[in-house]
Design a binder for this molecule. Structure first.
Ligand code: HEC
Length: 108
């Protein structure tokens, strides 16, 4: 296979950033899967899980979209993680959605 020089140069520059995204489909992050396969119709992953059980959601995704159950599971977990109600959202992905400010107990 012939690789254009431009690609090589770009790859050399961006190796550190892109290396993690060079895996096969199975290794893709759920965010990536969503962006590639779902964002066309669903603008945001939010509001899709709708509080469903992850098993139900996994079945739905496997049945309707994803080819492998691993992918469906990863997507289901992702949809749920961005869909959790505020009181349960202690995850790093749930930024900027906190409805209340931090507790004032530590202020001077
Ligand atoms: C070709 C357009 C299209 C693509 C691509 C697509 N969807 Fe959908 N999806 C729909 C439509 C249309 C519905 C039905 C919406 C409804 O009934 O409110 C739906 C419904 C859903 C639902 C159920 C939502 C509900 O309200 O019950 C989930 C979850 C979902 N999609 C996830 C995904 C995921 C994850 C992907 C990527 C793997 C994906 N979709 C890709 C069009 C699409």
């Amino acid at each position: 296979m012939i690789v254009p020089l431009m690609t090589l140069a770009a790859a050399a520059v961006m190796t550190a950033t892109v290396a993690a995204a060079q895996n096969l489909d199975a290794g893709k992050a759920p965010e990536r899967l969503f962006a590639d396969g779902c964002a066309t119709c669903h603008r945001s992953p939010r509001g899709l899980a709708k509080g469903r059980f992850s098993l139900t959601l996994t079945w739905f995704l496997k049945d309707h979209y994803a080819t492998s159950s691993d992918t469906a599971k990863a997507l289901a977990a992702y949809l749920e993680s961005v869909d959790t109600p505020p009181q349960a959202a202690a995850k790093p992905g749930a930024k900027r959605t906190a409805p209340h400010p931090p507790k004032p107990s530590q202020t001077h």
